[in-house]
Design a protein around this ligand. Sequence first.
Ligand code: SF4
Length: 377
Amino acid sequence: MFLQNIQFFENSLKNSDIDNIINNMVNNNDIRLNDIVTLLETKDIQHLGIVGNYLREHLYGKTVTFINNLILNYTNVCITYCKFCAFYRPPNHYESYTVSKEEVLNRIIFAKSNFNIKQVLFQGGHNPKLNIEYYEEIFKTITDKCPDVAIHGLSASEIDMISKVNRSSTVEVLQRLKESGLTTLPGAGAEILDDEVKKAISPLKISSDTWLRIMEEAHKQDIKSSATMMYGTVETVEQRARHLLKILELQRKTNGFMAFIPWSFEPNKTEIQDKGVVNYPLGGFELLKMISVSRIIFNGLIDHLQSSWLTNGVGMAQLAIFHGSDDFGGTLIGEEVVSATGARSTELLASNIINSIKSMNFIPAERNNKYEIIKRY
Ligand code: SF4
């Protein structure tokens, strides 16, 4: 049995209430809703962490990856008004902006020559004034001028918005954007894949089924993606578990998710906090548990698990490695969404990540957009 291989920890593990569940998940790929709930409710994060860390080490040894990345939040104009978002501005608001095609290119060329970026994360609000040609022209220009910078761009909900502006199907939007240079899709816009939760925190956003459908459409066109989860708003533990199961089911069908990224909600300056619904972030305990549980249930199905340093800080990202994550995510130059909450500085250069990984006695490795290692430090 799997746990019996962890000789050193055998005695500490064999009497645990959660042993059978973990064994069943890891050995038999038998992932049940009630079992996920039990793991998400346990206080025994040391136990989960031992297993999560073992599974990570088995796959990646001492290597921890990251990518040199520019975040380009191309517009903050948005007509979806999510209650958890501090970033958006309504159309014509005095603080609203849309980055011009020329400025997009200037920023990428600057980041390429100064930071040798391998990816631009291109994400913004749902701006009804931007038609598909805006994105096509930008993606074609990036591909033409910086062919080695991959475009990790547009959440499923942005794809849906473009299809509405363009009056075409999301399949066609994905096709045209792929032909223009779109490489992969970020997993944003999922939050919690449960429509009761969405009704409470983002009533105007696409439904859970639409998010899953657009991801499936992308995967069928060989556009790989990440999957994310933003927890810590109004959802129950069972709704979190259902979210994980829905991601798992789609992955079994398409194998299109390259990585899973659990995010903890940052309430500062959001409507949810203003109305007293959520007053503080969930913090490190839940993050480490989420990382370990994700590694266990996605074992053998989704290869990579990112530590969420952006909302939890670099120190927590280091701890997350010891609980099952293998990827530090990207250097974040230019990020404006989380920084709008004022939570913390959201700039992190490669040297900061490399030093953080080395200080744990791990080997930092730079990767490309497809998670292929291009340089070890
Ligand atoms: S999360 Fe995205 S869709 Fe929702 S309000 Fe913010 S920018 Fe708009």
